[in-house]
Design a protein around this ligand. Structure first.
Ligand code: ADP
Ligand code: MG
Length: 364
């Protein structure tokens, strides 16, 4: 393992956090006497950009895909390019959102069949591939169970055993019709692409930006990061990964990298607590309860943000030992997991420079 612990310059960090973190947007408006519901949805990670005079970046932020999305592009980029990025995110929402009742996925979940836009069809196909490859751990057909728990929604609750037994989450029951790009699912199943939507969107944005001849960009979709090119064409970007045990905006580690996506899944974002027990939003396909894992922050790094998003969720559920074995079969994919006991484990091919910021954590 080739690991390089170094010290980073940290100019500009606080400023960026305070600009994109708005705590008022994180709190559910409804009062829930039984549940303490905490929704720290937004920043899994934050990007610190210490702007050098050579290339200044300009960022624009909007609330899309149920989270805060920030696009940073070189100074002088036309406003239309920023607008184009946010339009793409609107389009993705109209395809896959489960909160918008008119999205394609919502209509399929309601009618149990329907057409999909060709790109969304391919996304569902890739998700079903990952379902198979991960032995059912990553599960796009888990939506009916997600709906029952409603974690992150208005009425989070522990479903009864009968309710959980009544839903179909076996993604093998999803029928994809290649001739007309339509999908049919059983009456007690719902599709949920929430674990891959932000990664997929980031890939779409990169394709669009390349068409617009933009060669340096940071795409931050609620902490799902995609770095396009290098900072100043010669230096790496510095990325901070959210410390699950600290306030939003506090990183446990800084990483130095370029031209890759960095995606994190964790249980510190969306959960509720009842009778002292924490129930989070990533479910086990076997128990249909929140997955139990030794990982508290599961980060995947690769060029492909869709793959990062799927794998970060799957690896979290698998736990560190199985996850490190599982990702070996994916070329160009590396991982860094923070475990409950404060140890940080990485895949053998993890060779990025880093600096650990929490003295209670240590590299294994
Ligand atoms: P986030 O979307 O919060 O960044 P993830 O990418 O890990 O985090 O996705 C979590 C979401 O994925 C959940 O909110 C839920 O909609 C969905 N989900 C829950 N369990 C699973 C699972 N086993 N496989 C696929 N998707 C899941
Ligand atoms: Mg994911």
């Amino acid at each position: 393992m080739q690991q390089k612990q170094i010290k980073f310059k940290k100019n500009g960090i606080d400023k960026l956090y305070s600009r994109i973190y708005n705590p008022n947007m994180l709190i559910s408006k409804k009062k829930k006497p039984k549940f303490i519901y905490i929704a720290v949805l937004f920043l899994v990670m934050s990007v610190f950009v210490s702007c050098k005079p050579e290339i200044q970046m300009v960022e624009k932020t909007d609330f899309k895909l149920g989270t805060i999305c920030t696009i940073s592009l070189p100074y002088g980029t036309a406003d239309e390019v920023f607008d184009g990025c946010f339009e793409i995110l609107d389009n993705v929402e109209s395809y896959i959102s489960r909160t918008d009742p008119n999205s394609e996925i919502s209509r399929i979940n309601k009618n149990k069949k329907g057409p999909l836009d060709p790109d969304t069809f391919v996304l569902l196909q890739s998700s079903l591939e990952m379902y198979k490859e991960s032995g059912g751990t990553f599960n796009p057909g888990i939506g009916a169970a997600v709906s029952l728990w409603d974690i992150g929604g208005d009425n989070p609750r522990i479903p009864s055993d009968e309710e959980l037994a009544s839903v179909d989450v076996d993604s093998k029951d999803i029928y994809m019709n290649m001739r007309d790009n339509s999908v049919t699912i059983p009456s007690n199943m719902e599709i949920d692409l929430g674990a891959v939507g932000k990664g997929w969107s980031a890939n779409l944005l990169r394709t669009y930006l390349r068409k617009e001849h933009i060669s340096n960009a940071i795409i931050n979709l609620g902490g799902n990061i995609l770095l396009v090119g290098m900072k100043d064409n010669k230096k790496n970007w510095t990325i901070g990964l959210q410390d699950p045990n600290k306030d939003t905006g506090d990183s446990y580690i800084l990483l130095s990298l370029n031209d890759v996506s960095v995606v994190t899944s964790g249980t510190y974002e969306r959960f509720f607590i009842e009778d002292g027990v924490k129930y989070h939003h990533i479910l086990s396909s076997d128990t249909l309860y929140p997955a139990e894992s030794d990982i508290i922050s599961s980060t995947i790094i690769s060029k492909n943000s869709t793959l990062c998003d799927m794998l970060s969720t799957a690896c979290f559920i698998m736990g560190s030992e199985d996850a490190l074995e599982f990702i070996k079969k994916y070329d160009g994919v590396s991982a860094i997991f923070l475990l409950e006991d404060g140890s940080i484990v990485t895949s053998d091919n993890f060779n990025y420079e880093y600096e650990i910021l929490n003295e209670n954590y240590h590299m294994n």
